[in-house]
Design a protein around this ligand. Structure first.
Ligand code: NAD
Length: 428
């Protein structure tokens, strides 16, 4: 038996869950990779996995331990890049998949990064601000050995924000002995953050949504949109679509689903969430008693912007939207992809649809290195141009090869990664 192809046990045991979804996506793209397919195993093995223990002293004097991860999936095209998630359901399989999707996304949108991701299995709502800060700083110290402005650059993801990035930047800088703003992106503007970064992912979802609607001859005015997840990505995307004349008819978050056929008032709903932590209890809406009904709601565009594996073989057949814009990473399973394809639903995949965030993260990193900061107009113009061009290229490839937009985006991304792998060669 040849040992060279034996799959390490920590990889096989992650076969189900998000990593399993990612592996199936890679299997689907492999026949389209030509001679580069001989390198495809590279994409099925993360380059580096770091699992860390994150102990903190709680406010009541007890000691709590949390499990933290930082995974660099691939660095063939540049330093690792990807967010950090604080969530009670974070697993190795999830962080592996999220890091791999970053590899494909960064290549598909053509920013000079590899893919990485991090996370801590914790419900941050159970921590005080002091505990949250101590946990963030201890986690940063533990992963300090592999991150850095030219090595791996974290950013915000679910339940992490500008404040968390500021603590990460400060902790890394204290350990280095000098201020290192380029170690994270999504920082506050006062610490070298970029204008437009906070809105960038939602704005990118909006830009590709306009392009997709245009392709289907759909007018945004009066279009009905349902959004799952009303945080950074879903909230901003909803706001931009509403400003363009669309009606946001339903929003689901971790607690409940609110609906209003006449369109929810998005700025007021955002204020409500800022105050109460959820859309629950919003006055000008009804609440769905059964949250699974969300998927069958009558709408034209559906934006999953929460977590992965939400649209599955079980609920995909209920979906009535004509377009799905994947604000979240990995929201649709391959089984659901097949059902949606048969129903004629256009799925704009995560690796293009939500790439606006990493694109402006790239702008932030460039601005930090040059210590020269751009205007918000410049940033939004460049972002819009990059997103439109990426969408157009993927659309054309999908037409030429008669494949889904997901497979087309994976062809673009995986080809770039494996070309870099081949050009660099194996060392030694
Ligand atoms: P966030 O923490 O700002 O918001 C998450 C939202 O999802 C909240 O409204 C929360 O209530 C909701 N949510 C959580 N669990 C849910 C559940 N089980 N059902 C329904 N809703 C639920 O996070 P975010 O930054 O907006 O990230 C959302 C998604 O977008 C994630 O998949 C993330 O990986 C992806 N993403 C984020 C960025 C970014 O720049 N922040 C970039 C690219 C992709």
């Amino acid at each position: 038996m040849s040992l060279s192809h034996e799959i390490p046990s920590y990889l096989t045991s992650q076969g189900i869950g998000p990593w399993g979804v990612y592996l199936e996506q890679i299997d689907r793209v492999t026949p389209h990779l030509g001679s580069l397919a001989r390198w495809v195993e590279t994409l099925k093995r993360p380059k580096r996995i770091l699992i860390v223990d994150v102990p903190i002293e709680r406010d009541d004097g007890t000691i709590a331990h949390y499990e933290g991860y930082r995974i660099q999936h691939n660095t063939s095209r540049g330093p690792g890049k990807g967010g950090v998630r604080f969530h009670q359901d974070v697993t190795l399989s999830e962080v592996m998949a999220l890091s791999a999707w970053m590899t494909v996304k960064n290549a598909a949108i053509n920013v000079p990064y590899g893919g990485a991701k991090g996370g801590i299995r914790v419900d941050p709502r159970t921590l005080s601000m002091g505990e949250l800060q101590r946990m963030t700083r201890r986690y940063t110290s533990e992963i300090n050995i592999i991150i850095g402005p030219t090595k791996d650059i974290p950013a915000p993801d679910v339940n992490t924000n500008e404040q968390i990035m500021a603590w990460m930047m400060d902790t890394y800088s204290m350990n280095q002995g000098s201020t290192s703003s380029g170690v994270v992106t999504g920082k506050p503007i006062s610490l070298g953050g970029s204008l437009g970064r906070r809105e960038a992912t939602g704005r990118g979802v909006f830009v590709v949504g306009c392009e997709a609607a245009d392709k289907l001859g759909m007018d945004l005015k009066g279009v009905r949109i349902a959004v799952q997840g009303f945080g950074n990505v879903g909230g901003i995307a909803a706001r931009l679509f509403a400003e363009a004349g669309a009606r946001i008819v339903a929003v689901q978050d971790h607690q409940t689903t609110v609906i209003n056929e006449n369109g929810l008032n998005v700025p007021e709903l955002q204020e409500h969430v800022a105050k109460y932590g959820s859309v629950a209890g919003f006055a000008e809406a009804q609440e769905l008693t059964d949250r699974t009904q969300f998927w069958g709601l009558d709408c034209d565009i559906l934006i999953p912007a929460a977590l992965e594996q939400q649209i599955t073989g079980k609920n995909a057949h209920e979906i009535r939207a004509r377009i799905i814009l994947e604000g979240a990473n990995g929201p649709t399973t391959p089984a659901a992809d097949d059902i949606l394809h048969d129903k004629g639903v256009l799925v704009v995949p995560d690796v293009i649809a939500n790439a606006g965030g990493v694109t402006v993260s790239y702008f932030e990193w460039v601005q930090d290195f040059s210590s020269f900061f751009w205007t918000e107009d410049e940033i939004n113009l460049r972002l819009t141009r990059i997103m439109r061009e990426a969408f157009a290229a993927v659309w054309q490839l999908a037409e030429d090869k008669k494949v889904s937009l997901r497979t087309a985006a994976f062809i673009v991304g995986c080809t770039r990664v494996l070309q870099a792998r081949e050009m660099r060669g194996l060392y030694p």
